[in-house]
Design a binder for this molecule. Sequence first.
Ligand code: UDP
Ligand code: MG
Length: 154
Amino acid sequence: METTLVLLKPSCVQRQLIGEIVNRFERRGLRISGMKMMQLNEDILRQHYAHLVDRPFFPGLAKSMMASPIVAMALTGVEAVQVVRDMTGFTNARKADAGTIRGDYAMSNQQNIVHASDSIENAAIELARFFRPEEIFDYHSAVEAFLYGAGEMG
Ligand code: UDP
Ligand code: MG
């Protein structure tokens, strides 16, 4: 099992799409192992988007990410990092496939509704950035035997 980080960005919260997006992850079979609303600040965004701080769009990106609270989620499942990334779709929502979250709900390269960790290594780093250890719950899912076949859970 892997756990990955998703952020429901201000573009999701403001458009009142929290429930719809959470529903998509739940329907897929991902287990919510942590969830909370947070107000981000420049400090955490400089860490979270360290690969982008020197890009000309960073100030606008940071502003858009602080425009309202966000919802941070920890999602758990077999190969959850890649599954969630695939559900998220291409960064520029105008280029994202229909059927992905960005392809179904967004029109922007920046206001693209969700963040999802892009690797197992980054998922661990990002989960530790947004959650304290006691805010992530390793509970048993009662339907696991019907979500996965024998041997698939490793
Ligand atoms: N972004 C932007 N302009 C760009 C590229 C990215 O505003 O030209 C924003 C966008 O909100 C994106 C975030 O920066 O989701 C992080 O960029 P990254 O390349 O990591 O894309 P992601 O992993 O979110 O698909
Ligand atoms: Mg990224």
